[in-house]
Design a protein around this ligand. Structure first.
Ligand code: MEV
Length: 421
């Protein structure tokens, strides 16, 4: 029987019960379950090797987004975030998407760009053609640096040379396009960029300056598509309201920044849970959103002939399954197992789907009831917990605070003292 990521009342279970369910879904071993449950799962020695000047560790909640169906497969999505309501919203959107088959995704391949900047060139156009004519030699220099990648089907794939006009003159910028397969690829492409630098100087007479990857990974795009039944959304009227909200984000950078922040609310927790570089994804996403000169939405929303809502997302997704913290952090490894994936391309596509789901939840809420209602319920639960409410008392304390329209710790304590009498 195929596994289902759809759970009703998952949030009502205890932490232990939820972990047990995830364990059953993902066939986690007792050791893996213990690792997740152990707040000290990152050994201090490992932490000390990850970054400099370590003085301790910093914990955040690890959670799972439920209800996701991606390319016909049920997926539980590990998410690490400090923000309340993100996981609930993503799970809720994934539930709305389920009735018409969930998310369909695709990927352009793991092509990273390394940039080599050449300055001091009198004939930039001539230099450009000189570089382009040496593609085979450049390929050879690059591939020599990473035989492992080449043996596994990756390595240098193409060359582009751009002329960048600046107030310091025209710069000749070579883009090495490299298939980094299951690695995020920063180390691989930076090494190649350094290796070709002397050859580029030799053939152009210029001086190489910077040699570094670009996070605007336009050849490493993840895409996701979803169709949501209008009835699930509350009718065609809601679809129209969502289109109005989207038109705002598409045309106004002030709104687009917040709209895309909401997408990152879904994207970053998965990037973090799998030990990937969150800043690389953030910078790539925002640069991509501005690629045509005006910063705009990373998603699109339309209404199809049935009156259903159709959403898409397309964004750079340079994530890996090898290298960096992905193989070092003990929980990142378990997160990959929960996702049941073996390739970075699968991870990239799941993340795109979660970003789209998160945006669906946000635009629907904003276009209908507004964001504060849901936020206030979660806020009220946090306040009740801080005031000392037990799991059994939580709903009652929240209910009384909301009825009184008074959500603060003092009032929660007052309610609790009455309940405890
Ligand atoms: C809050 O973290 C995210 C939202 O502001 C996103 C949006 O406005 O689309 C709700």
């Amino acid at each position: 029987m195929s596994k289902s990521s759809s759970y009703s009342g998952f949030y009502k279970l205890s932490v232990e019960e939820r972990l047990q369910k995830v364990g059953e879904f993902a066939d986690l071993t007792q050791e893996e379950l213990n690792l997740i449950a152990d707040s000290n799962h990152l050994p201090i020695e490992t932490a000390d090797h990850m970054i400099e000047n370590v003085i301790g560790r910093f914990s955040l909640p690890l959670s799972v987004g439920v209800n996701f169906v991606i390319n016909g497969k049920d997926v539980l999505v590990p998410m690490v975030t400090e923000e309340a309501s993100v996981v609930a919203a993503a799970s809720n959107a994934a539930k709305m998407a389920r009735s018409l088959g969930g998310f369909k995704t695709s990927y352009t391949g793991s092509i990273m760009i390394a940039q080599v900047q050449l300055v001091g060139i009198k004939d930039p156009n001539g230099a450009r053609l000189a570089i382009l004519s040496q593609k085979e030699k450049i390929k050879e220099i690059c591939n020599e640096k990473d035989p492992y990648l080449v043996n596994h089907g990756g390595g240098f794939s193409d060359l582009e040379v751009r002329l960048v006009e600046t107030d310091k003159g025209t710069m000749v910028v070579t883009h090495l396009k490299v298939d980094t397969l299951d690695a995020m690829g920063a180390n691989a492409v930076n090494t190649m960029a350094e290796a070709v630098a002397p050859f580029l100087e030799e053939i152009t007479g210029g001086q190489v300056f910077l040699r570094i990857l670009s996070n605007l990974a336009v050849h490493r795009l993840a895409r996701a598509h979803v169709e949501v039944d209008k009835e699930v959304l509350g009718g065609e009227e809601t679809v129209d309201k969502i289109l109005l909200a989207y038109a705002f984000a598409k045309n106004d950078p002030f709104r687009a920044a917040t709209h895309n922040k909401g997408i990152m609310n879904g994207v970053i927790p998965v990037v973090l849970a799998t030990g990937n570089d969150t800043r690389a994804i953030e910078s790539g996403a925002h640069a991509y959103a501005a690629r045509n000169g005006q910063y705009t939405s990373l998603t699109t929303w339309e209404k199809n002939e049935k009156g259903n809502l159709v959403g898409t997302i397309e964004l750079p997704m340079a994530v890996g399954l090898v290298g960096g913290a992905t193989k070092i952090h003990p929980i990142a490894k378990v997160a990959i197992k929960i996702l049941d994936i073996t390739k970075a391309s699968e991870l990239a596509q799941i993340i795109a789907a979660v970003g789209l789901a998160q945006n669906l939840a946000a635009v629907k809420t904003l276009a209908t009831e507004g964001i504060q209602r849901g936020h206030m319920s979660l806020h009220a639960r946090n306040v009740a917990t801080v005031a000392g409410a037990t799991l059994e008392q939580l709903d009652e304390v929240v209910k009384q605070m909301r009825e009184a329209k008074l959500i603060n710790v003092e009032y929660a304590k007052e309610i609790l003292s009455k309940l405890n009498k």
